[in-house]
Design a protein around this ligand. Structure first.
Ligand code: P61
Length: 473
C-alpha cells in the first residue's frame, strides 16, 4: 500500500506536553478513575472523542469571520441551508446546539408515549431522548455487530428479519420511526451498506414507517461504501453520500463529527409538517429557528465543514489513519474490533483483561491503565456506558470496549505510534491489572460523571496490608 500523507499542511500548532507517572497517578485518582473527569491539561494525546475536537480549515475560520450574528434572519442560516440542500439533499433544516438537541426535538415530535423505536444498536444520548419521550428502543442490528471478531464488511446493517419481527409483534402503527445510524458508533464505527439502506426503505414504504437517520458520521459511511460495495469504487464520496441520504425522510446530525466543527448540530428533513413542529419546539429549548442555540459564525463554519468532510482525499487519509493505528495493535496481538471502523479503534477489553468479570469493569479499568502508562486518554464503551435497565439492574452489553477515538485533522501517525506502543506495553503486563468498583453513580448517562476506586484497595484493606501501588507503578 502506498503511504497516504495528510492532504493539508499545518498552519497553526497547539503545544502539548508529557507528564510524569506520578502526575498521572495523582490525576487519575483525582478523576475517580474516570477519563471523562480528567483535566485536559493532564492529557498528552487526547483520544477521548472525535466529537468537537476537529481542527478547522483556514476556509472555515474565514467563514467564521463573516458570520452574521443577527438574532433573527441571519444570512449564516441561509448558508447552512444551502450547504445541506446541496450536499445532503434535504430542503429543510433546523439548527440545534449539538446532536442531542436534534435528538431531543425529533423524539418529542415523532414518538407518542408507548411507541417503539427500532435502531441499529443503541447510542447513549439517542436512547435517553427516545425514552424520555415515552418510547422503547429495540436493537435491530445484525448479530455480527455484537461479535468483535466478525469480519462482516457492513456490521452496521439492520437485520431485516429483526425489524420485520418487531413490526409483526407490535404493529406498524406502534413504531414511531426507525433510526438508522451511519456509521454505528457503539459497534465500532461500522458502516451500513447501500443495499441495506434500500432494503430498509422498502420495508418502511410497505408499512408506512418513517425512516430517519443518525447521520453523524455519514461521510465515513459513504467512504466505506466506496471501498467495499460493488459499483461504487469509481464514484465520488459526495455522490455516494447524496444517494445514501436520498432514502431517508430526515436526519439528526451532530455537526461535531462529520461537519468538522467544534460545536453544532441540526435536524434536516423533507416534510414541512415536521419542520413546523421542530420550529415550535426549538424556540423553547434551543433558540430562534435560524440559529438553534448557535452563533452565526458556528453555522457558517458548519456550512463549509460539511462539504470538506465529503472530500475523497480527506477521507482516504482519515480512514487510513484510523486503520494504521488498528493494524499496529493487531500486529502485536492486541484484541480489537474488526474490521477497524471509521472514527476509532475499539479495543476488546473483555478479551484484553479476560481475568476480570464484566462487573469488575474491564473497559473502565483499561482506559485508566492506558492513561497511567502514557497520558493517552481513551473512553469506556462497555457496562458503565450501557447504564441500568428499567428495573435498576446493570445492563450487560455483549461488547466491553475501550475506544481510541481519532480527532479529525489533529494528530499525525507519529502520535498513533506513541499510542500503539503504550497500549502494547499495557497488554504485556495485563495479568497484573485489577478491576474497579463504583463509588458514585448518577441516575442517567452515568459514564460521564461516575467515580470509581480500585478493587485492589479493598482487598488490601481486608487483609490488613498497605494499599498496593497501582499496577505497573
Ligand atoms: C462521541 F460518551 N458522540 O462519540 P452530540 N449520535 C451519535 C454520536 O456519536 C453522538 C451523538 C449522536 C460523541 C459525544 C458523546 O455517551 C456519549 O453532538 C452517533 O454529542 O450531542 C455523539 O451528539 C450526540 C460522548 C455523546 C459520549 C454521548 O464521543
Amino acid at each position: 500500500m502506498p503511504a497516504i500523507a495528510e492532504p493539508y499542511r499545518i498552519k497553526m500548532v497547539e503545544p502539548i506536553t508529557m507528564t510524569t507517572r506520578e502526575q498521572r497517578e495523582a490525576a487519575i485518582r483525582a478523576a475517580g478513575y474516570n477519563t471523562f473527569l480528567l483535566r485536559s491539561e493532564d492529557v498528552y494525546i487526547d483520544l477521548l472523542t472525535d466529537s468537537g475536537t476537529s481542527a478547522m480549515s483556514d476556509r472555515q475560520w474565514s467563514a467564521m469571520m463573516m458570520g452574521d450574528e443577527a438574532y433573527a434572519g441571519a444570512r449564516s442560516f441561509d448558508h447552512l441551508v444551502e450547504s445541506v440542500r446541496e450536499s445532503y439533499g434535504f430542503p429543510y433544516v433546523c439548527p440545534t446546539h449539538q446532536g442531542r438537541g436534534a435528538e431531543h426535538l425529533i423524539s418529542r415530535i415523532l414518538i407518542t408515549p408507548g411507541q417503539h423505536v427500532p435502531g441499529n444498536m443503541y447510542f447513549t444520548t439517542t436512547r435517553v431522548h427516545q425514552e424520555l419521550a415515552g418510547g422503547t428502543f429495540h436493537d435491530v442490528i445484525i448479530d455480527e455487530a455484537h461479535d468483535p471478531s466478525s469480519l462482516h464488511p457492513f456490521k452496521g446493517n439492520v437485520d431485516l428479519d429483526k425489524f420485520q419481527a418487531l413490526i409483526d409483534e407490535v404493529g406498524a402503527d406502534q413504531i414511531a420511526y426507525i433510526n438508522v445510524a451511519v456509521t454505528v458508533n457503539m459497534a465500532g464505527g461500522q458502516p451500513v451498506s447501500m443495499a441495506n439502506i434500500r432494503a430498509v426503505r422498502e420495508i418502511c414504504d410497505r408499512y408506512g414507517i418513517i425512516m430517519w437517520s443518525d447521520a453523524t458520521r455519514l461521510a465515513e459511511n459513504a467512504y466505506f461504501i466506496k471501498e467495499r460495495e460493488d459499483g461504487y469504487a469509481d464514484r465520488p464520496v459526495a455522490e455516494i453520500a447524496r444517494e445514501m441520504l436520498s432514502h431517508f425522510d430526515g436526519i439528526t446530525m451532530s455537526g461535531k463529527k462529520d461537519c468538522l466543527v467544534n460545536i453544532g448540530g441540526f435536524l434536516a428533513m423533507r416534510d414541512e409538517a415536521i419542520l413546523t413542529k421542530a420550529r415550535e419546539l426549538v424556540v423553547v429549548f434551543e433558540g430562534m429557528p435560524t440559529y438553534g442555540g448557535l452563533a452565526g459564525r458556528d453555522l457558517d463554519a458548519m456550512a463549509v465543514g460539511l462539504r470538506e468532510a465529503l472530500d475523497d482525499d480527506y477521507l482516504a487519509h482519515r480512514i487510513g489513519q484510523v486503520r494504521y493505528l488498528g493494524e499496529r495493535l493487531q500486529e502485536a496481538g492486541v484484541p480489537i474490533v474488526q474490521p477497524v471502523g471509521g472514527h476509532a479503534v475499539f479495543i476488546d477489553a473483555a478479551a484484553f483483561l479476560d481475568h476480570l468479570p464484566q462487573d469488575e469493569l474491564p473497559a473502565q479499568t483499561l482506559a485508566a491503565e492506558i492513561f497511567l502508562d502514557s497520558g493517552v486518554r481513551a473512553m469506556e464503551r462497555g457496562i458503565v456506558s450501557a447504564g441500568r435497565d428499567a428495573d435498576g439492574n446493570h445492563r450487560h452489553p455483549k461488547l466491553e470496549l475501550v475506544r481510541l477515538t481519532i480527532p479529525r485533522r489533529v494528530y499525525t501517525n507519529s502520535h498513533m505510534d506513541v499510542v500503539a506502543e503504550s497500549v502494547i506495553r499495557v497488554f504485556q503486563r495485563r495479568k497484573e491489572i485489577q478491576g474497579l468498583k463504583f463509588v458514585y453513580e448518577p441516575p442517567t448517562l452515568r459514564f460521564f460523571t461516575s467515580r470509581f476506586e480500585p478493587l485492589a484497595a479493598d482487598a488490601a484493606l481486608e487483609e490488613g496490608r498497605p494499599e498496593p501501588a497501582l499496577a505497573g507503578a
